[in-house]
Ligand binder design. Structure first.
Ligand code: TXA
Ligand code: MG
Length: 318
């Protein structure tokens, strides 16, 4: 019997060459980043971009993030501004995506940014993907490596579970340290956070020394990826309510519900970073145990807790 994990490969020099060759040829590859695993394809070619949308079952109107080694490699594709450079200097490589205006003569496939005149760019920190990005002369379009609206993968096995053998090559780079997707910051107008992440509004404000906006729940959907039902384990989740019953799993944090049956603690020490890195892994575990409902305890709404609550809220039923 063919095992599901025959598509996972350890990282070494031979793998590096094989991965680069595949990307050059227009194949898609699962790659590690410090936030979550991504599904990577050459952003200048039609074939891999079409394939990414297809195997993710991603709506065509939801743009992909383009990944580079450094800003120099992005200068033919986007128009930089002062705010970008200030943030780049302090935060990159790292878990932040910048939405910038696209250059008219950029070779990025229009479908990558869903025909918008902007592009989301990111400079990931994970050493494996950074080494690959340094060696290639094209950028990588790389959404999270999950079927649309499912949980994002935080290790190579998660990616293999999502796509089974329809994905031939996944490079194993260990667990994603952060465990939550990057902060998405729109710099095409007033700086606006479209998706919260480890890089906080406060940090961005301190660097730019100006007001930073965020899309609130009522504002018009600026980015289709901000659709409500997202990051879902596929089981009804109830966020910050009192509907606990004896058959549901409880996703908890700190001392609350400690030791209670079916409780899954994101961090017994109330450490928000630890909770973030455990979030998707724990939700996958609960899903595999076939619980019918998940009751979710809200984590403190500060630091990366804001991003954790954002993902939990999106995944939850109203
Ligand atoms: O941490 C991450 O960002 C991971 C790793 C793999 O880099 N990638 C990731 O990609 O989370 P994805 O496709 O799952 O989420 C990208 C988000 C979507 O919500 C999308 O709508 C938004 O970024 N986005 C991308 N390009 C955009 C654009 N031009 N304008 C507005 N939003 C954009
Ligand atoms: Mg995603």
């Amino acid at each position: 019997m063919k095992n599901f994990y025959s598509n996972i490969f350890p990282y070494n020099k031979k793998m590096l060459d094989k991965t680069i060759l595949n990307l050059k040829k227009g194949n898609i590859v699962g790659l590690p980043t410090e936030t979550v695993y991504g599904l990577a394809g050459n952003a200048y070619l039609k074939k891999p971009i079409k394939k990414i949308y297809k195997i993710k079952k991603r709506p065509n109107l939801n743009p992909l993030i383009v990944h580079y080694y450094n800003y120099k490699k992005a200068e033919n594709d986007v128009i930089f501004n002062k705010d970008f450079f200030k943030l780049y200097k302090k935060l990159c490589p790292g878990p932040i995506t910048f939405i910038l205006k696209k250059r008219g003569n950029s070779k990025i496939q229009p479908k990558v940014s869903a025909n918008l005149n902007s592009i989301g760019i990111r400079f990931p920190k994970h050493p494996v993907t950074r080494t690959i990005l340094k060696k290639i002369n094209f950028p990588l379009a790389m959404p999270s490596a999950n079927i649309s609206s499912n949980l994002s993968p935080v290790n190579a096995l998660d990616v293999s579970d999502e796509f089974k053998n329809s994905l031939k090559l996944i490079v194993d780079g260990g667990n994603s340290k952060i465990g939550l997707e990057s902060t998405v910051l729109d710099l095409t107008g007033k700086p606006t956070i479209l998706r919260p992440g480890l890089v906080e509004l406060k940090t961005i404000r301190k660097i730019l020394k100006k007001k930073i906006y965020k899309v609130n729940k009522k504002s018009k959907i600026k980015s289709p990826g901000m659709l409500k039902s997202h990051y879902s384990p596929g089981i009804p989740m109830y966020f910050d309510t009192n509907r606990i019953d004896k058959n549901c799993a409880i996703l908890t944090f700190g001392k609350k519900y400690n030791g209670i049956k079916h409780s899954f603690n994101l961090s017994k020490n109330s450490n928000l970073k630890e909770a973030a890195s455990n979030l998707y892994r724990t939700l996958r575990k609960i899903k595999k145990k076939k619980f019918k409902k998940i009751f979710v305890v809200k984590v403190p709404n500060k630091g990366i807790g804001i991003a954790i609550n954002d993902r939990l809220e999106r995944a939850s039923k109203k």
